[in-house]
Write a new protein. Structure first.
Length: 121
């Protein structure tokens, strides 16, 4: 994906009202606005509709991964614990990231920490 023009922080600040207005009018069809110092992209401004669409796509991917992993376990004749079910549900819903899921899983089998309460963004 080619990155479109990047606004400086100063430009974004000066144009914020018009940028938000364009996102409101165009909704998810409007292109995201990249912002950064020295024209190096560091952040992005996008409509709430576009954000929600991205978020739902990520949750869909996580749910498919969870379904595949659980199906593989069951195909091997293995059962899952209630801790696994809770952790995998938290991962699928985006409450924890893959690193936290891995840490919890390893903690169950190595006697290490089990729940840091970490969340993903």
């Amino acid at each position: 994906m080619a990155i479109p023009q990047v606004l400086t922080v100063r430009e974004a600040r000066e144009q914020l009202s018009s940028l938000l207005g364009a996102l409101d009018e165009e909704g998810s069809d409007d292109a995201p606005v990249f912002i950064g110092s020295h024209r190096k992209p560091q952040g992005v401004l996008l409509s709430v509709e576009a954000y929600e669409r991205l978020r739902q796509a990520a949750h869909g991917e996580r749910r498919r991964a969870v379904s595949s992993a659980t199906g593989s376990l069951r195909a091997e004749g293995l059962t899952t614990s209630s801790e696994y079910e809770r952790d995998i549900r938290d991962y699928a819903e985006g409450l924890i990231d893959a690193d936290e899921l891995r840490r919890r899983t390893l903690g169950r089998y190595s006697g290490g920490p089990r729940n840091s309460g970490g969340t993903s963004t």
